[in-house]
Design a protein around this ligand. Structure first.
Ligand code: RB5
Length: 147
């Protein structure tokens, strides 16, 4: 699986922790689109980079981080083809894959600790879309983009 990850200055450390969790799988190719320092940056710019990789197929999925996870998830969900789920708990992460086929995971670096974040990432990476009635609903979400 290919995953593009990015964060603003509010989650740079969390980004490194998440990359370590992804590295444990051994078969996940990670692209890091920054930011790489503590200097203030604008999360919509990072969101656009992550989502460009996902919608172009360069990445299968994306992970988007900012201080709360709120701003970057809102920005990601403005991009056609993106279903970004802000998950600061394991259950939501699991359901975002099973029911919503979320292709981008968002978390808040000032909200979740590194331990819980690792569990959230594992649940999301390993979660599989159930399809069926959920596919119908996801299709309806995607149809809204066309209106
Ligand atoms: C940046 O200070 C902060 O606003 C951002 O990381 C995020 O929390 C926005 O939703």
């Amino acid at each position: 699986m290919k995953i593009t990850i990015g964060s603003d200055h509010g989650a740079v450390q969390l980004k490194e922790e998440v990359k370590m969790v992804l590295k444990e799988y051994g078969d996940i190719e990670v692209t890091d689109v920054g930011t790489f320092g503590t200097e203030s940056v604008d999360y919509p710019d990072i969101a656009e980079k992550i989502c460009a990789d996902v919608v172009s197929g360069k990445a299968d999925r994306g992970i988007a981080l900012c201080g709360t996870g709120i701003g970057i998830s809102i920005a990601c969900n403005k991009v056609k083809g993106i279903r970004c789920a802000l998950c600061n708990d394991v259950y939501s992460a699991k359901m975002s894959r099973q029911h919503n086929n979320a292709n981008v995971l968002a978390m808040g670096g000032r909200v979740v600790g590194f331990g819980p974040a690792g569990e959230i990432v594992r649940a999301w990476v390993e979660g599989e879309f159930e399809g069926g009635r959920h596919e119908r609903r996801v299709n309806k979400i995607m149809a809204i983009e066309q209106k």
